[in-house]
Design a protein around this ligand. Sequence first.
Ligand code: GLY
Length: 359
Amino acid sequence: MTEVSRRGFLRAAAAAAALGHHAARAADPPKSSGGRPSGPTVIASANGLPATAKAAELIAQGVAPVDAVVAGVAIVEADPTDHSVGLGGLPNERGVVELDASVMDGPTHNSGAVAGLQRIRHPAQVALRVLRRTDHAILVGAGALEFARAHGFEEENLLTDEARRIWLKWKESHSDRDDWIPPVDAPDAGAVRRDSGSVLHTYGTINCDALDARGNLGGVTSTSGLSYKLPGRVGDSPIIGAGLYVDNEVGAAGSTGRGEAVIKNCASFATVEQMRAGKSPTDACLAALGRIVAHVKDARLRRADGRPNFDVKMYALAKDGRFGAASIWSGARFAVYSNGHNRLEDAGYLFDRPEDMKG
Ligand code: GLY
């Protein structure tokens, strides 16, 4: 980073940190006599409003946070209109849907994950079985599918007609050096946006983290991953420390956005460690994002002004019930259930989103 852009970055980070402090103060929940919120607190990425509501309902009934968040994201995994997760997720470059997911349980510090899982609508549920019914942390590809079959998960074609048409439009129009020709009246593939250089793709995902009144935490991240990825590509979502991390003494964190950047910066682990060091959840997210930005060295991943040409969003929930989220670029929201209310809140951010990154 040049000195000029470094100063700009520090100014933006300071401004964003101020925003984050505001968000964290507004988020302070009513406390029980033990100093923790008296009811469930659940956060998620913006597509997770149904998940936060469901998880909170289950936690209030006594369900453990890790089970509750998996049940919550199941609603989104089953939604064919969400092209970032489960059924209807956008496929790899060959048109095959490959799902990644991880879960982490605060009280036991156990985790489970699956990567490159095909034909199973609820990868987070399979990840929870990996946690509970194996001595392993991650199962991938054919082995993950065999494990899911052994546990009776139903197999199905996850590529909906809409997702197939979005993929086909990409396939027919992403190169003029092949023999695929798009129809002149091809419908606009609304789920596809430009957020990384000249490549058209999406990184949508759901992360959901929960805290119960006893101070126990659980988290889940589930995704169809980068659209049109190379077959076998694994993102951050199933990597503990990258797309999800829970420490029952400190808090939980998760991510959505460009998984490669999250993996290379252990961003969820870094966010939890920033909370351990005393930062508010929003400031912890901003610090992890600042580190991601500082490590973007490849010219192909930088805009002309030196800033990243991609986005990452971090979500954080502290053991005392404070919560927050932040993104590299402005405009992000996140889902929150606290104090009996389920809603979307604005996330903190590092930089104002420029016009050419909107839409
Ligand atoms: N964060 C989702 C992915 O990159 O796969």
